[in-house]
Design a protein. Structure first.
Length: 84
């Protein structure tokens, strides 16, 4: 199984909406693929935070860097579309 195939099945994997054979393949992939393991754990944690409805205050320097990165990315996306 490739990482792209794992990512396509991630939502169903988390929801438990997959057959036993596919789950076994995904579990095997997770056993050796650190990147997909990180994605799975990060996604699970994001869902937990969202469900708990907890507000986490970020330190101001981190909040500013995050805001700048998002703003820069959005500006880049608009620029890319105008060149298409």
């Amino acid at each position: 199984m490739k990482c792209t195939e794992f990512l396509k099945e991630l939502t169903d994997y988390l929801d438990g909406n997959i057959n036993a054979n596919l789950k076994e393949e995904l579990d095997e992939h997770l056993h050796w693929c650190h990147g997909c393991h990180v994605v799975l754990n990060t996604t699970k944690k994001t869902i937990e935070i969202y469900r708990d409805n907890q507000i986490y205050e970020l330190p101001e320097p981190l909040r500013n860097r995050l805001h700048q990165a998002i703003t820069s990315k959005c500006r880049g996306s608009k620029h890319d579309k105008s060149n298409a």
